[in-house]
Ligand binder design. Structure first.
Ligand SMILES: [Fe+2]
Ligand SMILES: [Fe+2]
Length: 267
């Protein structure tokens, strides 16, 4: 590989929430592509269907818009319609550390249109407060092993609540993958950096959806539920949508990153 302009660039996009999130992704992606070359787009879309999971129709729309890989999380199985699609489509991932018997798979490899670079993507769920059934650290090792020799770079989406678990996994994988990016909290953290071993890391990239809500939910519904402690119906918010994510520039050396910067872009 040659100079800086040949460097592989990965855009990772945080949890797309509802129609506002989908609309924002589809509008902002071409704008980002005008500003900088992007070789791979990986999107966490666990909240794309009205906040609850994803459908095969929505997944196809995202792929048609140029998304290379879709990752999921604790909302993976909210729409039963998508189960067969999770088994059939290699580029949509549920956490690798779910049970073998649960629909879908947790890793894949995609090739860039231009350079023939191979990107491996692994989806993982935390064990703390999250219900990732199998131990996330050893299953990360197993998923990495399964990609050995098949990928030039690897991106890991750690979908987890506890910051300790995400930071720990970042250190655990440092020097063995290109990037470890966190999702699930819907709130971006300010700790994006390349770790000493060469892996890009951020605890959470945030969400793609309405900032005028509460984590993507209409704010009055969320506030009412917290005030009254009564069950409430949650709908996706529309007010003030932003795309949040991270742009990772890969190093020439495999499994290493040169830089990672947070991406925050209004619709
Ligand atoms: Fe989410
Ligand atoms: Fe989540």
């Amino acid at each position: 590989m040659g100079g800086m302009s040949d460097e592989v660039r990965i855009l990772f996009v945080g949890d797309v929430v509802g129609s506002a999130g989908r609309r924002t992704l589809l509008a902002v992606l071409p704008r980002l592509r005008e500003r900088t070359r992007i070789d791979f787009v990986v999107v966490n879309a666990e909240n794309a269907a009205g906040g609850h999971g994803i459908t095969s129709k929505i997944a196809r729309e995202l792929f048609a818009a140029g998304v290379d890989v879709i990752t999921l999380g604790n909302h993976t199985y909210r729409q039963s319609e998508v189960y067969a699609y999770l088994d059939e489509e290699p580029r949509i991932l549920r956490p690798a550390n779910y049970l073998r018997g649960q629909p879908g798979h947790g890793s894949c490899v995609v090739q860039s249109a231009a350079g023939g670079v191979r990107l491996g993507v692994i989806s993982l769920a935390g064990n703390l407060y999250m219900g990732g059934a199998l131990p996330v650290f050893s299953e990360a090792d197993a998923a990495l092993h399964s990609l050995r020799g098949r990928a030039d770079h690897v991106l890991v989406d750690i979908h987890a609540e506890a910051t300790s678990e995400k930071v720990g996994l970042g250190w655990y994988l440092d020097g063995r993958v290109t990037a470890v990016v966190g999702t699930h909290t819907h709130v971006p953290t300010a700790d994006a950096r390349v770790l000493p071993g060469g892996s890009a890391y951020i605890t959470d990239v945030g969400m793609t959806g309405a900032r005028g809500g509460v984590l993507g939910v209409k704010r009055q519904q969320a506030i009412d539920a917290m005030v009254t402690h009564m069950p409430a119906r949650f709908e996706s918010a529309d007010e003030d949508p932003w795309l949040q994510g991270a742009l990772i520039v890969c190093a020439a050396e495999p499994m290493r990153a040169r830089s990672i910067v947070a991406v925050q872009e209004p619709l």
